[in-house]
Design a protein around this ligand. Sequence first.
Ligand code: NAD
Length: 243
Amino acid sequence: MPLSILINGAKGRMGLELIGAAAKLGLTVGGTVDVGDDFAAVAQRCDVIVDFSSHSATRAMISFAVAQKKPLVIGTTGHPAAEKMDLLALAAKIPCVWAGNFSVGVNLLFALTRRAAAVLGSDYDAEVIEMHHRFKKDAPSGTAARLLEIILQERQLTADALRHGREGITGERTSTEVGMHSLRGGDVVGDHTVMFAALGERIELTHRASDRAIFARGALRAAQWVASQQPGVYDMQDVLGLK
Ligand code: NAD
């Protein structure tokens, strides 16, 4: 039997991409759900749930997946940090791929950022810059949050190091802060730059997404992969074998 995939948030930008990408890849979409639909009734007859809806829907969806032992792929972003810890613990009871970005290129950017942060050291000021379309509801993006997390890990800094934008008399920049800047406008699918600036040189690692299909293809690849995994929370680095 082919794997039957449920798409949650099916009427959204990503939902529509997922439906289109599944058709092109010959995968079976067994059900689609959006606001107002009976999620449980549709999800019961599917093998794996792929979610690109709203962070407010995540807890109920994970609880359902745990109760029904359904593998999950979560692409939704915007969860407050404290809530996300709790949700990750719940999701670990089933096989779950949770990634702030499903593109292969961005996952390579994650690996390159880790390497650069380790090699360059704290003399190189790290700043994360992201830009997305005017309709995006959360900031910073899940991808930018992950890039920040990688830099903090490599530099052994805590979340206190984060500086969201800068305004007013901020004083000189310290070597233990990491800047985060979210730009919004137009139809930009998703740009991310990690900058490491020292006295005399600057390195910028940039990824630009121009087509949402990259996220859809990655999420569907994750759906096929997660269906045969043991319980636990995985990310796209696991799916791509980049760890
Ligand atoms: P969107 O607003 O276009 O679509 C979201 C859809 O979810 C809408 O149709 C909405 O009606 C539906 N929805 C809202 N609440 C729901 C609920 N409780 N149950 C079912 N459906 C519900 O947004 P989008 O651009 O498609 O993005 C969706 C999410 O995916 C966002 O959090 C976005 O940041 C994230 N995203 C992640 C990646 C990635 O690679 N991880 C890529 C793109 C977008």
